[in-house]
Design a protein around this ligand. Structure first.
Ligand SMILES: Nc1ncnc2c1ncn2[C@@H]1O[C@H](COP(=O)(O)OP(=O)(O)OP(=O)(O)O)[C@@H](O)[C@H]1O
Ligand SMILES: [Mg+2]
Length: 376
């Protein structure tokens, strides 16, 4: 087989579906995982000629492949990465200066987590390549610590989650401050430079505890030699950046002042540039689709309007729709994507709600999703 035999790739890859990024071992596997190999393209005739076992194997590889199409280098992701490199690299000043924090604040499903993990992975690889896997004192080097928050986390659990990442034994007893001190030890000995806090909106964030949260992050920014990278939904509304007149507002403003806010936008077809971005993302998905009867322009020409109306330009909804449709196309044997097939596939409620209005506008030719000048 020309593209690498599935059997020598699967053991490593299949461990990835059982992966938790809440611990450093999981993080390491994520960082070191080789890129997946696309199943070799077959014609319909070649597909039909496969024996039962070879067919089962080919379909299995396609199932896994279609479920993991990505990450694509969308313009949104590329822009975000550029901004992140600027800020993280400008934070390389000495440890006694508080470092600027970053908050990525955008509505769900726009690919914040995907983009941030991709960035953190590259950052990890770059640091390890430059300085080695061990620190000067002989500890493991962990350039990135990632903390994912769950519902209603308080500061103590937040500190504990940091310790958990490093598999620190002291997570059962202690006050919030003790946990924080232990976390600082880990950060220092592992020479961690980037602290990613995903789903920050899960943090308990009442008016009073908002001050506590803000103070805690200020403490981290001052004492920990790391760049804080927050990811969340509606962070501005929660007062992360607020500047008001009360004491609480003034304390919160301290966080706001040192935090750079970055957003992520959905695809939009209201400008020519937006339409060509939409077209190029569809073209790159098209290339990755492993269906035997696909043709050039299947997505970018024939299904462009439909896909936009269904996903409202939201990458999460788009990828879910394409993934599910490909699974169905393999299962029922049609081996290509058509409007009928896509119509039979269900996706998230938010996208379905927005759909009728867009469908009508496209049908009435009020909007189009296709650029005038076409490349590729
Ligand atoms: N660049 C990309 N290429 C391919 N797929 C992507 C890309 N970005 C996001 N996706 C897909 O979109 C879905 C949503 O992405 P992600 O979880 O990163 O969004 P999010 O903004 O973090 O959402 P939430 O606010 O709900 O946490 C995922 O299934 C992911 O696979
Ligand atoms: Mg997310």
């Amino acid at each position: 087989m020309s593209r690498g035999s599935p059997t020598d790739l699967l053991p490593d890859q299949s461990r990835l579906d059982n992966l938790t990024l809440a611990r450093k071992e999981g993080w390491q596997r994520f960082v070191e995982a080789p890129a997946r190999t696309q199943p070799e393209p077959l014609t319909l005739a070649q597909l039909r000629a496969l024996g039962t076992e070879a067919r089962a194997d080919y379909d299995k590889r396609r199932r896994i492949w279609h479920a993991n199409l990505g990450p694509l280098k969308t313009p949104q992701l590329a822009e975000l990465h550029e901004d992140l490199w600027d800020i993280v690299d400008s934070n390389a000043q000495d440890g006694d200066k508080a470092k600027g924090a970053i908050a990525i604040d955008a509505t769900p499903g726009l690919g914040k987590t995907t983009a941030v993990l991709g960035f953190a992975k590259q950052f990890h690889q770059r640091e390890v390549a430059a300085d080695g896997t061990k620190t000067s004192e002989g500890h493991q080097r962990w350039p990135v610590c990632r903390v994912g928050l769950t519902g209603n986390t308080g500061m103590r659990e937040f500190n504990r989650a940091m310790l958990d990442f490093y598999a620190h034994p002291g997570t059962t007893r202690g006050t919030s401050a003790e946990f924080a001190h232990r976390a600082l030890d880990c950060v220092l000995s592992c020479e961690t430079k980037l602290l990613v806090v995903d789903d920050l909106h899960f943090l308990r964030w009442s008016r009073a505890s908002g001050v506590e949260v803000s103070n805690h992050f200020k403490y981290i920014a001052n004492e920990f030699p790391v760049t804080l990278l927050f990811v969340g939904v509606g962070l501005a509304q929660r007062g992360l950046f607020s500047e008001g007149s009360t004491y609480a507002d003034a304390v919160l403003a301290q966080t706001g002042r040192r935090t750079t806010r970055l957003g992520m936008r959905p695809f939009s077809v209201s400008t020519e540039q937006g339409r060509s971005e939409w077209r190029s993302v569809l073209l790159s998905i098209e290339q990755r689709i492993a269906l035997c009867d696909k043709h050039q322009g299947m997505l970018a020409e024939d299904l462009s309007d439909h896909l936009f109306a269904r996903s409202t330009g939201n990458i999460g909804s788009l990828m879910t729709l394409v993934n599910r449709a490909c699974q169905r196309a393999v299962r029922i044997g049609v081996e290509k994507l058509t409007e009928d097939l896509l119509n039979s596939v269900k996706i998230d409620a938010a996208a379905e709600t927005a759909r009728p209005e867009l469908d009508t506008a496209i049908a009435a030719r009020k909007i189009t999703t296709k650029p005038k000048r076409k490349s590729g």
